[in-house]
Write a protein that binds this ligand. Structure first.
Ligand SMILES: Cc1cc2nc3c(=O)[nH]c(=O)nc-3n(C[C@H](O)[C@H](O)[C@H](O)COP(=O)(O)OP(=O)(O)OC[C@H]3O[C@@H](n4cnc5c(N)ncnc54)[C@H](O)[C@@H]3O)c2cc1C
Length: 386
């Protein structure tokens, strides 16, 4: 793959991501995990560095990154910590949607704060009773004059513990299925909105995942982001790019894990030689290196297709599926090469965090099985041979 040619603006975003990763995320990521709290410091540093409007065009105050540059930025951030990186992904998607499709009221009242990271965005599609089958959501929105009345519950909301603005997907008429869904921007402090306790998870606590309940919440109809009949499609806009970004975050975690493993195995002595001298260890890490290379190639091939304006649905599904699997097995192998120390948090060892985050990559933006649904659809339509 040719090395990507970035614009000056894209290179400056990448430089900023490297600085935030090195100076803020790396030193604090274990603290967020141990204290099980949102990565506030990372979000604030990213806002300060201009990383909270990566997909917003420059004339609207953003960075206007293309898909390849976006993937590179998220690779850097996730090499330090996927949770801090994904928190920014979700916020950036919110701001992109607002800038691209928001009406004048939403743009005037919210865009500047969201671009600057003073407002923190979240995406509320999943519910306790509906995940992959997103068209089956039950949270209900009903128009009463010029206001929506919202009732229901949302689950698995990234940024839930810190978000100030919620992009809520709700059903207006269950008989219409996905055509009945509307998307509404809800201020998290609106009466009737309850922020539920953040979840206790295997890892990734820095992204503050949790739920919200809505009890007779009244929101002006002017806060509609995507109208009925268009909202479900709006939720899927950018899904290929989102999958590419997950691939890139896995590249970052694998890259960092492999570096930790090679350095630690060279330093550790056993049976009169370094661990890295053992061929069994060399081959174990050589396999990880091959998976890293394949993940990188699949991911950036899909990113380049998107950059060229081509259809990347199949390529993004392949990349995301492979990346999530390679990250989980590869990080576990790196951990094994360190012996018991690989299993211990802190001491400059990101492997426990990265291993838990590799699990997260198998769920977000479509599970591994949903990627297989996409791939099989192409396979049986005879479109996979190209
Ligand atoms: C840390 C984290 C953060 C998240 N952040 C957000 C967020 O910000 N906003 C949001 O809306 N959601 C978010 N999600 C939710 C995520 O999108 C869902 O977990 C995902 O859509 C799967 O839904 P589910 O967990 O309800 O599983 P289900 O849909 O109940 O699926 C159960 C199992 O069945 C499999 N399956 C589903 N369909 C098929 C099929 N057709 N064939 C074979 N197998 C199938 C699934 O892959 C899974 O293994 C987050 C999840 C996690 C873990």
């Amino acid at each position: 793959m040719s090395s990507p040619s970035l614009t000056n603006g894209e290179q400056s975003a990448l430089d900023a991501a490297q600085r935030v990763a090195r100076d803020v995320i790396e030193p604090l990521a274990d603290t967020w995990e141990i204290e099980r709290r949102f990565a506030h410091e990372s979000f604030a540093a990213a806002a300060e560095a201009g990383l909270t409007a990566l997909l917003v065009p420059e004339h609207q105050g953003g960075r206007g990154l293309g898909p390849v540059a976006l993937a590179l930025v998220l690779e850097e951030l996730a090499a330090a910590d996927l949770a801090a990186a994904f928190s920014l992904v979700v916020h950036n998607n919110f701001v992109r949607g607002l800038a691209a499709s928001g009406n004048q009221h939403l743009i005037d009242s919210l865009l500047a704060d969201a671009v600057a990271g003073r407002a923190i965005g979240a995406f509320l599609l999943t519910e306790p009773g509906a995940g992959s089958d997103a068209a089956a959501i039950a949270c209900h929105a009903q128009l009463d004059g010029d206001e929506w009345i919202i009732n229901g519950e949302k689950a698995w909301v990234t940024n839930a513990s810190a978000a100030t603005v919620l992009n809520l997907y709700a059903q207006t008429d269950p008989t219409l299925g996905h055509r009945g869904i509307v998307s509404i921007v809800v201020d998290a402090s609106t009466p009737g909105v309850t922020r539920l306790e953040p979840y206790q998870l295997l890892g990734g606590h820095g992204m503050g995942t949790g739920g919200f309940r809505f009890d007779d919440v009244r929101v002006g109809a002017k806060n509609t982001l995507a109208p009925v009949a268009e909202a479900f499609a709006a939720a899927m806009v950018g899904i290929d790019l989102a999958r590419v970004v997950v691939g890139a975050m896995c590249v970052g975690m694998l890259r960092r894990s492999l570096r930790v493993a090679t350095e630690a195995t060279k330093a550790r002595q056993l049976f009169g030689a370094s661990v890295a001298d053992k061929q069994g260890i060399q081959w174990m890490l050589a396999d990880v290196a091959t998976d890293l290379e394949a993940t990188r190639l699949l991911t950036y091939r899909a990113a380049e297709l998107l950059e060229a304006g081509a259809d990347a649905t199949l390529a993004a599904a392949h990349a995301k599926k492979f990346a999530a699997r390679a990250a989980e097995s590869g990080i576990a192998a790196c951990m094994q090469s360190l012996g018991a120390m690989g299993f211990r948090r802190g001491e400059g060892n990101p492997l426990p965090r990265h291993l838990a985050a590799a699990r997260i990559s198998a769920y977000i933006d479509g599970t591994t099985e949903i990627q297989n649904v996409v791939i099989a659809r192409h396979l049986f339509a005879g479109e996979s041979q190209s």
